[in-house]
Design a protein around this ligand. Structure first.
Ligand code: NAD
Length: 420
């Protein structure tokens, strides 16, 4: 099978490499950055006349492959996915589908209308860890689910990298935090609970990463800062020790000490975390009620050490506690009193080598199986992903207005694009 790649950045290259490892080809690439474009051209043996500096140029050509991998930035997805589907491409579409609810709904409609298969990269549905949780819940491990406590622990240095200095620091140029980071979590909740969502309330703000919290005398950039030694967010401390791997790999293609120092001195990742132009929340709590009566709380926070999700799922007959970092799922069945021993077990799902706990490889497997006709549908097709996006957008509206937002009503209000 031949793929076209729109955006040869961090995500796009993962999927493209996976496709090639499985014997498929990358027939064309569109990538704005000439260095990244050349790397993709060389690695995937793409002819020069099939390498484009912008996705629009590639999409203006007659169809060049069977499917498109769209891994550009959040607000580009809609403008690229629409014409790609019209051209006849099936899509592997990075999340978020779009931060704009009208666009998300319009893309779902277009997929239906054109009969294109669109798999949205909610990769966690494919990780052995979350698959095991789903399997246990479906098998009745805790009985009927009553309520869920879910935490997305972003990790303080990850937050500073991606959501203060990096691509996703502003809701107007990328997405609100709850959409960017947690359309995954909304999707997990819908999937695990087995129901759409009825209503949400949400609270949160940007508390830490703003100018009034800068150390006294801090400079605009780490390179010039007198607080280098004492500041935990000093970019040299954040990136030099992890040269060659994420997140240092995001700064520059030149993964040498010299290359990283240059990027820190001149690029966005060398800015003081208290003096950036970021506006997304650094903590947000959301309360959700599902259509089947299950309730959930979701805590999204920059202020954690580990980067890992933790959950507690409370059912009528038992509770399931899960920690992505320790790779442990503990299931306890309730006893009649506080003296009898509860039936309890700990499951440690197989660890796999691809990113997102195996989710990156898993989603590509599903997408390939779908395209090759080995299976009739994929777990993360757009018709399933839209609910999570409505929930994330509605939670953001709830946070901004202080209202409790009904999801069906939110969908109705955003169902038609302006001018459509
Ligand atoms: N599924 C996940 O878990 C997950 C994780 C991280 C990021 N993402 C999403 O994946 C997308 C890409 O993220 P990333 O980390 O790979 O970012 P990235 O910046 O590494 O890659 C995006 C690439 O798109 C290129 N690009 C931008 N506009 C373009 C255009 N008009 N034509 C061609 N190329 C263009 C950029 O030059 C860049 O190389 C984002 O929407 C992000 O939200 C998903």
């Amino acid at each position: 099978m031949d793929f076209v790649l729109l955006g040869a950045g961090q995500r796009g290259m993962i999927y493209a490499r996976y496709a090639c490892q499985k014997g498929h080809g990358i027939a064309a690439v569109a990538e704005k950055d000439p260095v990244k474009r050349e790397i993709a051209q060389r690695e995937f043996h793409i002819p020069a006349d099939k390498c484009f500096a912008d996705a629009a140029e590639l999409l203006a050509r007659p169809k060049l492959g069977d499917a498109a991998i769209i891994a550009t930035m959040d607000r580009d997805h809609f403008g690229q996915a629409m014409p790609a589907m019209e051209k006849g491409y099936h899509l592997l579409l990075e999340k978020p589908i779009s931060p704009v609810p009208e666009e998300t709904l319009a893309l779902e409609e277009k997929a239906r209308e054109t009969e294109r298969r669109v798999v949205v990269c909610h990769v966690l549905r494919y990780s052995p860890f979350f698959r095991e949780i789903k399997k246990q819940l479906d098998a009745g491990a805790v009985g009927r689910i009553v309520t869920v406590q879910h935490n997305e622990n972003i990790g303080n240095f990850h937050f500073a990298h991606s959501f203060v200095r990096g691509n996703w620091r502003r809701s107007d140029t990328a997405s609100p935090l709850i959409m960017q980071k947690s359309c995954h979590d909304m999707d997990l909740l819908v999937w695990l609970i087995g129901s759409g969502c009825r209503q949400v309330a949400s609270f949160g703000s940007l508390t830490c990463f703003k100018p009034e919290n800068a150390p006294k005398g801090a400079a605009e950039r780490c390179a010039d800062c007198p607080c280098q030694d004492t500041c935990r967010y000093n970019a040299y401390k954040a990136y030099l020790p992890v040269m060659g791997s994420w997140p240092a790999a995001v700064l520059t293609e030149n993964q040498t000490e010299e290359g990283l120092r240059e990027a820190i001195q001149t690029g966005p990742y060398g800015r003081c975390v208290f003096r950036c132009d970021n506006n997304v929340c650094d903590h947000q709590v959301t309360a959700l009620e599902f259509e089947n009566g299950v309730t959930a709380t979701f805590n999204l926070s920059a202020f954690t050490n580990r980067i890992a999700r933790t959950l507690k799922i409370m059912g009528e007959d038992g509770e399931l506690r899960a920690n992505e970092y320790t790779n442990e799922i503990e299931i306890t069945r309730f006893a009649s009193n506080g003296v009898d021993r509860c039936e309890s077990c700990v499951i440690r799902p197989d660890l796999t080598s691809t990113g997102h706990g195996g989710g990156d490889g898993g989603i590509m497997e599903d997408f390939l199986a779908l395209l090759e006709g080995r299976q009739a549908e994929a777990s993360s097709e757009i018709r399933y992903s839209v609910e999570s996006h409505m929930m994330a957008c509605a939670a953001e509206e709830a946070r901004l207005t202080g209202a409790v937002v009904n999801i069906a009503d939110f969908r109705r209000r955003h169902g038609k694009r302006e001018g459509a």
